[in-house]
Write a protein that binds this ligand. Sequence first.
Ligand SMILES: [Zn+2]
Ligand SMILES: [Zn+2]
Length: 306
Amino acid sequence: MSSKYFQVGQGVWGMRLLFVNIYMIANRRGVGKGWVLVDTGVKGSEDKIIEMAESLFGLGTKPTAIVLTHGHADHSGSLKALLKHWNVPVYVHPLEVPYLTGRSSYPPADTSVGGGFMTLISWMWRTTPINVSRNLREIDPYDGIPELPEWKVIHTPGHTPGHISLFFPLNTTLIAGDAFTTTRTESAIYALSYIKKISGPPKYLTTDWYAAARSVRKLAALQPRIVATGHGPVMRGRELLTSLSFLANRFEALAVPKEGRYVRSSAIADENGVRYIPPQTTNRKQTVGLALAASVAAFWLVKQLW
Ligand SMILES: [Zn+2]
Ligand SMILES: [Zn+2]
């Protein structure tokens, strides 16, 4: 599988690592005038990320900061290894802090929603926190990120409590993380082949669907011309505007599962972490399927996810 990087827009590049994307933003102004890394991919991606950075910005380069759209394992997997190489600040929203200081786990994945192979194996994702306290900086909701002065930070909760998106108003480029995606993340065929399909946030790990709907509507209102998401290919132009407004207008029908642990009531979290997790909705058939699929998948994915 190729992990060659691609250009998103002026001064923005991305790279696909297995089934998740990372991005690099070159900075024309602000602290250091350097570049910023957005998300860090699955565990073990550090060499590929460093190689991409050096081919874009020169040997021995390092970012002025790392920004996480959120702390899920597929976005923070290589963070600790990268911090050994690049000792730089890591910016997250205040509500995402507890999952990056060892304080709180995320609520467990809901393996009963969305169907698809990726959903069945979603219980394997690490939901326990990592601890990168020494490098962690809270994003100031008013001032944004000093190392990215031209980008607006938009709080887009729902998938996680402190999920953020990044918006560059000059050419309306949006980095949306997992607020919504451009492939069906529940399906292995879609997610691994990067088949383009605008979709809601990954169903199995989204724990507040009311907030998720508001976040997608907030992003659609920006009318971005370029969108780069955590999962799936870059989308642009008219195709993007049409499909994003379609998703925003019909979010409940298109993106929200009919049943599921977090559908009728949401998980509740604050700046100390998770406060309430709705009880599991059991589904016997699903559980048997899960066990079978997971045992096969375990051999293949175990190294990537832990
Ligand atoms: Zn996520
Ligand atoms: Zn993700």
